[in-house]
Design a protein around this ligand. Structure first.
Ligand SMILES: NC(=O)c1ccc[n+]([C@@H]2O[C@H](COP(=O)([O-])OP(=O)(O)OC[C@H]3O[C@@H](n4cnc5c(N)ncnc54)[C@H](OP(=O)(O)O)[C@@H]3O)[C@@H](O)[C@H]2O)c1
Length: 335
């Protein structure tokens, strides 16, 4: 049993615009012991996700908001130090909602075990974790791409987008990524095998989409929303599928969310737009992880992680997602 203090970030106020250091309060608390049904976990890596910004807001969503004064929710992987739960033993590694803190103490609701001998721990937060599951199910179940179709992905150099694009390539599609900056675009075409990449920061996205998608767009995997969604809608094909995976351009908005002005493209093309939440597919994660593991092993799928060390850097590190400073799956290394 450890005698360490537990450093933790609590949600102190609901932010308007981007979260700042003042959004959180920081405290150090002595560790307790697990009660019946509980486990104590030392957190190793925490997943930083755009969704965390949404969890800070009040109101109805697909999951309850983090309460004021509660530890900020975060998924992570860590090692069981003590257990009073029949399914978990000391030394097991687990994946679950560990929170932005050094140690998790509580009931392991929704937790599952991971094997650090089969894959490095950060991979269980990227391609083999929620990120990979999101890319897999949002693309294959909602986007349903067929070989030869054109798939466009926004946020393409990010955690979800980069995996989704590679899966679309595996399925034989023409894949066009939209990302910010020349370095990210080069990474998509030269390292991940995307057919083309568009730097949306260079302007005239409509012309670039016309150039790179000469046969129109059959599947649009949207991670960003806003103006990029609007531009893509104008190039949709008959019976196209638009996957609403996320809308990061809107999460820090101080005004209301900007909806798509060009939505009548759905009517004209008998196309559809469908929202996606990864947890709906939890029953099939193990099968997907097995298939993704095979692709990682045979080199058809590459996973890029961006690891920042130090729990104390949590607030600034989270914001890298919104400035585009992250390059790959953003992970906070706790120990
Ligand atoms: N529905 C679900 O179940 C589910 C699950 C997981 C994630 N998601 C969603 O998937 C999306 C990607 O998440 P992720 O974890 O993979 O993050 P990520 O793509 O690794 O990081 C976010 C990226 O978004 C881009 N970005 C930020 N602000 C932008 C803006 N205003 N306009 C255009 N691009 C912007 C930046 O890339 P650039 O440098 O290219 O701008 C940044 O690197 C998010 O929308 C997230 O909410 C949904």
């Amino acid at each position: 049993m450890t005698t360490s203090l537990n450093r933790r970030f609590l949600l102190a106020q609901r932010p308007v615009g981007p979260a700042t250091r003042d959004t959180f309060s920081y405290e150090e608390k002595p560790l307790g012991e697990p009660g019946p049904g509980q486990i104590l976990v030392e957190n190793h890596y925490l997943s930083l996700d755009p969704a965390m910004r949404g969890w800070m807001n009040e109101g109805k969503s697909y999951i309850a908001p983090v309460g004021l004064g509660e530890v900020m929710r975060a998924l992570g992987v860590g090692k069981v130090l003590a257990s009073q739960h029949p399914d978990y033993a000391v030394g097991d590694f687990v994946n679950g909602a560990l929170g932005v803190q050094d140690y998790f103490l509580g009931e392991p609701k929704g937790f599952y075990k991971v094997d650090p001998l089969r894959a490095p721990l950060p991979l269980y937060l990227s391609a083999l974790g929620m990120t990979g599951m999101t890319a897999y199910f949002a693309l294959l179940d909602v986007g349903a791409p067929k070989a030869g179709e054109t798939v466009v992905i926004s946020g393409a150099a990010g955690a979800v987008g980069s995996v989704a694009g590679q899966i679309a390539r595996i399925k034989g599609c023409r894949v066009v990524g939209i990302a910010g900056g020349a370095e990210k675009c080069r990474f998509l075409t030269e390292e991940l095998g995307f057919d083309a990449a568009i730097d949306y920061k260079q302007g005239d996205l409509a012309a670039a989409l016309k150039r790179e998608c000469p046969k129109g767009i059959d599947v649009y995997f949207d991670n960003v929303g806003g103006d990029i969604l609007d531009a893509v809608l104008t190039r949709l094909n008959f019976k196209a599928r638009v996957v609403i995976c996320g809308a990061i351009s809107q999460y820090n908005n101080e005004e209301s969310v900007k909806g798509p002005a060009n939505y009548l493209a759905l009517l004209v093309n008998r196309a559809r737009m469908e929202g996606f939440v990864v947890m709906d597919h939890a029953a099939h994660f193990a099968d997907a992880a097995r298939e993704m593991g095979g692709w990682l092993a045979d080199g058809r799928l590459k996973s890029k992680e961006h690891i920042v060390e130090g729990l104390e850097h949590f607030p600034e590190t989270l914001n890298k997602l919104f400035t585009g400073e992250n390059f790959g799956k953003l992970i906070l290394k706790v120990r």
